[in-house]
Design a protein around this ligand. Structure first.
Ligand code: URA
Length: 205
């Protein structure tokens, strides 16, 4: 079982879950994070997006995907006709992870331990929202559901039926697109990302 399951409240609506998650001590990330960044969006959303972990902007402001990766995500969502305010947006890990000095605030990717520790929150969100489709942005989110063997490069853009949602897909993480140094690779990855999200919009139609 996930370490965070002992922090779950009795009431499992999103507001109660978000409130309880503020006190989560299931892994060491809470020690340095500014706040818990819980998922947000309508409780009856048909689509749930799952990212990796809040970044610097999200840690400061307390909402998922509002920094540079969030802006790219919003742009692509709008391009395929998906409205962000109709989606439930969350992360596999609810606390920012950083390394180095206080002032540097360098993002450190969560390890298997943190992902497992945080899993009970994600699963409680899925149980509450019961989305028709779950889209994982990047390997960390996908592996939280399907285990460490999941590879984005092999299975990106494919729609699977899973115990969590009738339709489940993993695609690139928008931050990965922003970081690609090679221009051609970046343009190509962005095109794949757009195609995948268009497929998501079609699946939900
Ligand atoms: N990257 C993520 O995975 N999630 C966020 O909320 C922001 C950036």
């Amino acid at each position: 079982v996930s370490e965070s399951s002992r922090f779950l409240p009795e009431q499992r609506d999103i507001a109660s879950l978000a409130e309880a998650a503020k006190g989560c001590r299931a892994c060491p990330l809470h020690e340095r994070a500014t706040r818990t960044v819980f998922g947000e969006g309508p409780e009856d959303a048909r689509l749930m997006l799952v990212g990796e972990q809040p970044g610097d902007t999200e840690d400061r402001e307390g909402r998922p995907f509002i920094g540079p990766a969030g802006r790219l995500l919003d742009e692509v969502l709008a391009g395929v006709g998906l409205k962000r305010e109709e989606l439930y947006v969350t992360n596999a890990v609810k606390h920012f992870g950083w390394m180095g000095e206080e002032k540097q605030r360098l993002h450190a990717k969560p390890g298997r331990r943190e992902v497992l520790a945080c899993k009970a929150w994600l699963h409680a969100e899925v149980e509450r929202v019961k989305p028709r489709m779950i889209v994982c942005l990047g390997a960390t989110a996908a592996q939280s559901f399907l285990g460490p063997g999941f590879r984005i490069n092999l299975s990106r853009g494919q729609v699977f039926e899973t115990p969590w949602a009738k339709a489940w897909m993993a695609t690139f993480h928008p931050s990965a697109l922003l970081r690609m140094p090679d221009e051609r690779a970046r343009v190509e990855a962005r095109r794949h990302f757009e195609e995948d999200l268009r497929k998501v919009a079609d699946t939900l139609r």
